[in-house]
Ligand binder design. Structure first.
Ligand code: COA
Length: 333
């Protein structure tokens, strides 16, 4: 048996910079309720959403990703040619193959970086950060670009009162690379496939094609069951991520949960007994639920508004269709 040499990478990995893209079209609740039996007041009370952004035809999954990535690279002071791998978390790239990651890696000018998409829905960005940290420490990549991007407006039935007001579009990117100190804690992740049906595309593409009246297979969701699962089960996952990172809750500065519903965020904060001083991401009010893009969008807004500062300790927790979830503690770049 020939000995196989192993690689080791950097001692530690960290997020070196993040960047985002918010589509230009702002859709207030008043516009959404034109097509559903609902009201601005109900939507704000039950979800905390005041408005969301939906992409125009020119704001594609690729263009939004590239714009967000360029900002992240600039802030990280990393050249595109230093990126060895591009991971794109998305469920709204409409080609089954090839992955949009290869086109993004090319447009950014990487030196033929490895590039692939991952499908972990709203948990995708935290899955990507976990993979990237392990790649940097394991030696399979020097720098990794992680992108969370969605055009959920393509998969949203504007006439479905259970989902029309929730989903939105946007992109967020993070450059993960070597660091002198640990900047990304151990991931706590998992899945519950018994609840596979709770949020999903309405039907298989083959059924769409076979249908007499083909329709886009929009997302359907059992909102209340998802709400109950996320509010209770996810607080435990957040605590486990803190425990695995060896970070006491009193040392946490920032909490960035997936932006699914303001009431889920509040329920998690209560269940985790987050101290008052911990700043909480509330991007959902202006941005809606952008699935894989929601955590980098929410963190970036906190950085811009001074609620998260470089060096702060942040807990990220993402959850969604699958059901799939992932959480980790990170240092704010
Ligand atoms: C979708 C969501 C806001 C609905 O809120 P909810 O409190 O669970 O509401 P329910 O589905 O239990 O419905 C409560 C009532 O509101 C009504 N209702 C539902 N949607 C409505 C709407 N858009 N406007 C007005 N009323 C609505 C229902 O008909 C029901 O009426 P009833 O009591 O007379 O039967 C909430 O379940 C949610 O946010 N779930 C998680 C969604 C999510 O995060 N998805 C992505 C996962 S990452």
């Amino acid at each position: 048996m020939a000995p196989i040499r192993q690689t080791t990478g950097a001692s530690h990995a960290a997020i070196l910079g993040i960047g985002t893209y918010r589509p230009s079209r702002i859709i207030p609740n008043a516009e959404v309720v034109e097509a559903i039996d609902s009201s601005d007041e109900w939507i704000q009370q039950r979800s905390g959403i005041r408005q969301r952004r939906w992409a125009s035809p020119e704001e594609t999954v690729q263009s939004m990703s590239v714009d967000a990535a360029r900002i992240a690279l600039e802030r990280a002071r990393v050249d595109a040619r230093q990126i060895d791998c591009v991971i794109v978390a998305t469920v709204t790239h409409m080609y089954q193959t090839p992955a949009i990651a290869t086109a993004i890696a090319h447009e950014l000018g990487t030196d033929q970086a490895a590039a692939f998409d991952i499908s972990a829905a709203c948990a995708g960005f935290c899955h990507g950060v976990a993979l990237a940290a392990d790649m940097v420490r394991g030696g399979s990549a020097g720098h990794v670009l992680v992108i969370g991007v969605e055009r959920l407006s393509d998969l949203t039935d504007v006439g479905d009162r259970g989902t029309a007001f929730i989903f939105a579009d946007g992109a967020g990117a993070a450059v993960v690379g070597p660091s002198d100190t640990p900047g990304i804690g151990p991931v706590v992740w998992g899945s519950d496939g018994e609840q596979f049906d709770l949020i999903r595309q309405k039907e298989d593409w083959r059924d769409v094609v076979a249908s007499e009246n083909p329709q886009m297979p929009h997302l359907v969701m059992q909102g209340n069951a998802v709400f109950r699962w996320a509010s209770f089960a996810m607080a435990k996952i957040g605590q486990q991520a803190l425990d695995r990172a060896g970070v006491a809750i009193d040392d946490l500065d920032v909490f960035v949960p997936h932006q699914a519903n303001m009431r889920i965020t509040d329920a998690m904060a209560r269940a985790m007994k987050l101290p008052e001083r911990v700043r909480i991401a509330r991007d959902i009010a202006e941005q809606g639920n952008t699935s894989a893009a929601s955590i980098p969008l929410a963190l970036d807004r906190m950085i811009e508004e001074g609620d998260a500062r470089s060096g702060d300790t942040a807990l990220l927790i993402a959850f969604g269709a699958g059901l799939a979830y992932a959480a980790q503690v990170v240092t704010v770049p």
